[in-house]
Design a protein around this ligand. Structure first.
Ligand SMILES: Cc1cc2nc3c(=O)[nH]c(=O)nc-3n(C[C@H](O)[C@H](O)[C@H](O)COP(=O)(O)OP(=O)(O)OC[C@H]3O[C@@H](n4cnc5c(N)ncnc54)[C@H](O)[C@@H]3O)c2cc1C
Length: 444
């Protein structure tokens, strides 16, 4: 019997979920049901897998179980960048670098195209799913140079981009903090909780059963798979495991998944006067030119005008963090906010939270058939809005026997590499991240 060793614990509120109107009443699993399919996890990967299964097997019974309420986990905690481009682009094909970049682009774009189809089918508003592109913002000279190098590689690949100078960045963002920006058009900006809730609601209307607050406590195979929750159980011949890093809690990919938390803060809604003082566009978004820098979003949606910032990362192999950690990270958030928005002095953060990422050392997914009729769509390497969509879609295809070049491409990637034993992994990862944050300088 496989007993699940850990259940998800998310620090602080899922702000994107909190600023939406209250969700419909949640349904817990409280009986014994027999289904054609079971999907465990209702994040990007799990709900996309359920959507794909419904598309391919419209008459099958599909059950989704989540330990928490839909959109209260990492799916409602992320910064909402559904990105098409890899973080870094190789300068030559030595070791297959450029080939892999092109494959990543193709995979991310396939995921984005599928998410566009989902958004159109469920009539999502522009503020929840906006194909507006993103800016990689540079606050210092190193960041600026990084953007120029990245733009050079984009040109070689024939990809579109625009470089913004300091004045253009000021007119978009209202702040003089940024030296330059690299705009690329392929990113979708999500209100992540709105996207996930609307996908879940659409699935329910199609007949998919989604049970929330129904953690899987054991998962066993005899003739068929049986998942037990505190109040019920589901029997299904085929199961898709879409729990990201919690694949470890189900006993899979042991010592191969790296559990990292990252943190964000969201201001209260700005007053009209504050909006005027800030200036700039009503909606803009900036990833940092240094990977350990600060992500910023300015949003204007039915919840009001707000600023959201994200930075800091910590390696936490136990998959939990304390409230003290959240407090200590807030200090960095306040500094990053004050440095960028001195004109908004006195504007408080209404929400502060953290969330789990799952990475692998070699930047690959934990994907494929991991036991008979058990399929994994886990380990999104911090980019789960696109990667989770991709792996959910492809896990459903794999389980359904639907082949494609894209599926073969993902299946041909290596398995996640082993990580060093503790405490070496903990020490190594945290020292590296601390050093990286220091090196990020003004980008943090
Ligand atoms: C602050 C922050 C900012 C981020 N920004 C971005 C961004 O801009 N772009 C981007 O692409 N990614 C971003 N991410 C990462 C992104 O949120 C994740 O990669 C993504 O949510 C992973 O999707 P998933 O569906 O694989 O897993 P999850 O969203 O984690 O979903 C897995 C689900 O499984 C459920 N589960 C776990 N165990 C059980 C169990 N025993 N029984 C039942 N259910 C279970 C969990 O409750 C959860 O709902 C960010 C993350 C954070 C925290």
């Amino acid at each position: 019997m496989t007993a699940v060793t850990r259940l998800p614990r998310d620090p602080g509120p899922a702000a994107w979920n909190e600023i939406l109107p209250p969700p419909p009443e949640t349904m817990r699993l409280e009986n014994h049901c027999v289904s054609d399919w079971l999907v465990i996890g209702a994040g990007f990967a799990g709900l996309t897998a359920a959507f794909r299964l419904k598309e391919k097997h419209p008459h099958d019974r599909i059950v989704v179980l989540d330990a928490k309420q839909v959109a209260s986990g990492p799916a409602g905690r992320n910064s909402g960048f559904m990105i098409d481009l890899p973080h870094d682009l190789a300068s030559d094909d030595y070791g297959g670098g450029v080939t892999r970049d092109l494959e990543t682009l193709q995979e991310n774009r396939a995921a984005i195209a599928y998410a566009k189809k989902i958004a159109a089918q469920f009539d999502m508003p522009l503020w929840a799913f906006n194909p507006c592109g993103k800016i990689n913002a540079a606050a210092g000279l190193n960041g600026h140079q990084h953007n120029l190098d990245f733009a050079h590689h984009l040109a070689e690949l024939g990809e579109g981009f625009e470089i913004y100078d300091a004045e253009q960045m000021h007119s978009i963002t209202g702040t003089h903090y940024y030296k330059s920006g690299l705009f690329t058009p392929g990113t979708i900006m999500l209100q992540p909780a709105a996207y996930i809730r609307s996908l879940a609601q659409g699935l329910r209307e199609l007949g998919v059963e989604i049970y929330e607050n129904s953690p899987v406590l054991t998962l066993n195979k005899k003739l068929t798979w049986t998942a037990k929750t505190p109040l019920g159980q589901v029997e299904a011949p085929r199961v898709i495991l879409a729990v990201n890093g919690h694949a470890n809690s189900f006993g899979h990919f042991k010592r191969r998944l790296v559990h990292v938390f990252t943190y964000a803060s969201m201001t209260r809604a700005l007053s009209e006067k504050e909006v005027k003082t800030l200036g700039g566009h009503k909606n803009w978004n900036a990833t940092p030119a240094d990977p350990l820098g600060t992500t910023v979003r300015r949003i204007s949606d039915p919840s009001g005008d707000r600023i959201v910032i994200r930075n800091r990362a910590t390696y936490d192999p136990k998959m939990t963090v304390t409230n003290r950690r959240l407090k200590s990270v807030s200090v960095t958030h306040n500094k990053s906010f004050a440095a960028r928005f001195p004109m908004l002095r006195g504007v408080e953060m209404e929400y502060r939270w953290g969330g789990r990422l799952c990475l692998s050392r070699n930047n690959v997914a934990a994907f494929g058939e991991i036991d008979r009729d058990l399929y994994s769509a886990c380990c999104q390497n911090g980019l789960g809005t696109a990667k989770g969509t991709l792996h959910g879609m492809l896990a459903a295809d794999l389980a359904s026997g639907i082949d494609s070049d894209l599926l073969q491409q993902v299946l041909s990637q290596d398995d996640p590499q082993k990580i060093p034993p503790e405490p070496f992994a903990w020490l190594g990862a945290n020292v590296l991240m601390k050093w990286g944050e220091r090196k990020a300088g003004r980008e943090l």
